[in-house]
Design a protein around this ligand. Structure first.
Ligand code: ADP
Ligand code: ZN
Length: 737
């Protein structure tokens, strides 16, 4: 039955043995052509919900995605799994587009990614209607709604789909959807009685922390240092802050690049690329950075200032830990952040302004209220939080301590009294200086050394006092006012000062507790941290991944996620067969990629394993299953490749034009060169490479790839000559006799 088939495909292609919550239901909707809305948080496993049924259905599943820059990576990922897929967007040339359309009409793809703008064209819709299709999936479907935070007019074109394709299921996928956005999606797409699948919004793998910003650089470095050699994003509010923090971190020896809208297009592109390909660990950025970042192993996100809404925070912090492994989200804030946003927003004159101000207030509540961060976020987005404690946020981990009610009240009164004594004419810092007993010039000049409240909270330390003043502002006992942002008493504050509690509102004050944080607490809960030995193996496997990624010109996460490498490091498979038990290893990658990881693991275990043995193991595995709708006969792509080889088209262009995997094109090219008896390396490889391969082969007396590869690449992981080039060179040399 369908479910058994689905499970065996899940194992065969993705190497997972069970479904994540709602995946089974979502897959069923696609298979049954039952319209659906799927809402799962980032990392919830949405892609699989349409990729797996696409394998089972006849025809092509059309996936609409706004993230044009990610389409190629998504297609590369699928190709790597052995699933035929393509994309159509503006980055394609006219010719490539025509070729893709042809292949679509011939039913060559299981999945085709399409930019929403395409649906504006009748010609395109006509082409689609003449092609064998299986379903429509609208990814990031919230973009269709004006209520959402990234409304895209082009998404409105999707309204036509129902009329054009009355017999196909339409499925809306998103990570964020409030009630009005959901209603909007259903209506705009004309969904028919859709199955509403709404997952748990909580991201249990994220560890949330909020800290009062006292020494930004030190606080940032504390977090970064907990994650050596791991990917992280540091968000700043302004471009100026980005530049200066990036520069400072650099002088301290961190591997970091800046990103903001003020940089040239090329610089932005290059910096983003460096981060995705793991050449750089840290990006310091404004919120301009993020859309289109699919790196799944971002291990921390730091905000050096408060975002303007919880929605923004959730989206930005949510970029961490997409691979479902532990990640840390730290927010540094100060009371000044609220004021800064208020200045930017101006005073509210319309209802929309008021909404923005309310959102700002909610965000500052997240910072100020010492309740479980997971609970706060889940409840903010309208879901109940069932657990008493999450054990995965600063509050639940006991990193804050609430003052008891009496102490909180007397402390608050001391602060209120001081504000009153300085005649409500000074700001937070000044009041804190007085209370903590400072003898600075400014305090002396103001004559505040002699106040009865001077030094009243000396024990607590100035940082805590500042924090408490901010808490009282947030709780409505104090307010900030005017150009110089002076602190004043509110009516509730004035009442409390006299010992009265108004409307049952009592002050709640908390202070951070000193806790020793170790490196290992970055992986609390869920999976166990790697042992030191396994961590070393993990790092070695990461290097292999990076080399493979560079060879194939794809980001490392397209090769394997961290989950898979960690599982390899723990389980240490001794032969290829044993790799079948590793999470995230499907049949295609087992044959294509695992032979490169095996020697590293064998080495660690002290086992000798030769290239020949590996080849034998590959043969024993048998043929990988293939998904092209029509297998084993010359496909259009295949014929096109031959034609292009004959006209001496460079290799990369053949890959782009045919949409075939690079490895497949290499295979065909080698066959072609052999068949035609070609000995001229141009345009596929240079004469230098040919000569170098000849020289190394002769010197080492071998025609095996690996020794030659190693000889020509003395500085691995930096690669000078690829496996593909060596293969081609060897076939050419074979023709020369
Ligand atoms: P989303 O698009 O919802 O953010 P992804 O599709 O990127 O999520 O999936 C998140 C991670 O979960 C990926 O690393 C993916 O490989 C993994 N994943 C998906 N389905 C499963 C499953 N059934 N079992 C284990 N891991 C899975
Ligand atoms: Zn918690």
């Amino acid at each position: 039955m369908a479910e058994d088939t689905a499970l065996s495909l899940l194992q065969q292609y993705w190497g997972y043995d069970s479904f994540l919550p709602l995946q089974r239901e979502a897959v069923a909707c696609l298979l049954n052509r039952q319209d659906s809305v799927l809402i799962l948080p980032t990392g919830g496993g949405k892609s699989l919900c349409f990729q797996l049924p696409a394998l089972m259905l006849g025809g092509t599943t059309i996936v609409v995605s706004p993230l044009v820059s990610l389409m190629k990576d998504q297609v590369d990922t699928l190709t790597g799994l052995g699933i035929s897929a393509g994309y159509i967007n503006n980055s394609l040339t006219e010719e490539e587009r025509r070729e893709t359309t042809n292949k679509l009409q011939e039913g060559e793809y299981k999945l085709l990614y399409v930019a929403p703008e395409r649906f504006g064209s009748e010609v395109f819709l006509n082409t689609l209607s003449q092609s064998p299709l299986s379903a429509f999936v609208i990814d990031e479907a919230h973009c269709i709604s004006q209520w959402g935070h990234d409304f895209r007019p082009a998404y409105r074109e999707m309204s036509k789909l129902r009329e054009w394709f009355p017999n196909l299921g339409i499925h809306a996928f998103t990570a964020t959807a409030t009630e009005p956005v959901r209603a909007d999606m259903v209506q705009a797409l004309n969904l028919r009685n859709p199955n509403m699948l709404v997952g748990d919004f909580d991201r249990p793998n994220l560890l949330y922390r909020v800290q009062y910003r006292s020494d930004m650089l030190k606080q940032v470095r504390e977090v970064v240092d907990r994650h050596p050699a791991e990917g992280g994003v540091v968000y700043c509010i302004s471009r100026k802050d980005v530049d200066s923090l990036a520069a400072t971190l650099k002088t301290h020896g961190y591997n970091v690049l800046p990103y903001h809208a003020g940089l040239s297009n090329e610089a932005r592109q290059a910096n983003q690329e460096a981060f995705i390909t793991e050449q750089v660990d840290i990006v310091v950025a404004t919120v301009a950075f993020g859309m289109g970042i699919d790196r799944s192993n971002i291990r921390y996100v730091i905000h050096t200032g408060m975002p303007k809404s919880v929605e923004h925070y959730q989206q930005e912090a949510g970029r961490a830990g997409r691979d479902r492994l532990k990640a840390e989200c730290v927010l540094l804030y100060s009371g000044g952040d609220v004021a800064k946003w208020k200045t930017i927003m101006g005073s509210p004159t319309s209802q929309t302004d008021q909404v923005a101000h309310d959102k700002l207030y909610e965000m500052s509540t997240y910072c100020q209220q010492m309740i479980c961060r997971h609970r706060f976020l889940v409840e903010y987005f309208g879901q109940a939080f069932e657990h008493p404690s999450c054990n995965h946020c600063d509050c639940c981990l006991g990193e804050y301590e609430a003052l008891d009610a009496t102490e909180a009240k007397t402390t608050a009164q001391k602060i209120l009294s001081c504000v009153y004594r300085v005649e409500e004419r000074f700001g937070v810092q000044h009041v804190a200086h007085v209370l903590s007993g400072s003898h600075s010039e400014k305090i002396k000049q103001a004559g505040h050394e002699t106040l009865s409240t001077h030094g009243l909270l000396k024990e607590a330390g100035r940082k805590n006092v500042v924090h408490w003043i901010e808490q009282l502002v947030h709780q409505g006992f104090l307010m900030k006012e005017g150009e110089y942002v002076t602190v004043r008493l509110t009516p509730a504050g004035a009442a409390l000062l006299k010992g009265a509690i108004k409307d049952g509102k009592e002050p709640v004050l908390a202070k951070p507790v000193k806790v020793e944080r170790t490196k290992s607490d970055r992986r609390t809960g869920g999976e166990e941290p790697l042992s030191d030995g396994d961590q070393i193996l993990f790092e070695a496997l990461r290097k292999v991944r990076k080399t493979l990624a560079d060879e194939k010109k794809v980001p490392p996460y397209v090769i394997f996620g961290d989950v898979t490498l960690q599982d390899m490091a723990r389980s240490k498979p001794r032969n290829l067969q044993a790799f079948r038990g590793i999470k995230g290893v499907g049949e295609a990658k087992l044959r294509e990629l695992c032979p490169r990881f095996l020697p590293v693991i064998a080495d660690m275990l002290g086992i000798q394993i030769t290239e020949t043995e590996i080849q034998q193991q590959i043969t024993k595995l048998g043929e990988a299953p293939s998904t092209t709708n029509r297998t084993r006969r010359p496909t259009a792509a295949n014929q096109l490749a031959e034609k292009l080889f004959a006209s001496k088209t460079p290799f990369e262009e053949v890959v782009a034009a045919t949409g075939m995997a690079e490895s497949t094109v290499v295979k065909y090219l080698c066959e072609f060169i052999q068949r035609e008896g070609i000995s001229d390396p141009e345009p596929w490889i240079t004469r230098q490479v040919l000569d170098a391969v000849r020289e190394a082969g002769t010197r080492l007396n071998t025609v095996r790839l690996r020794p030659v590869y190693e000889a020509l690449n003395p500085n691995l992981p930096h690669q000078e000559v690829s496996y593909a080039e060596i293969k081609i060179a060897m076939v050419l040399l074979g023709n020369m006799g």
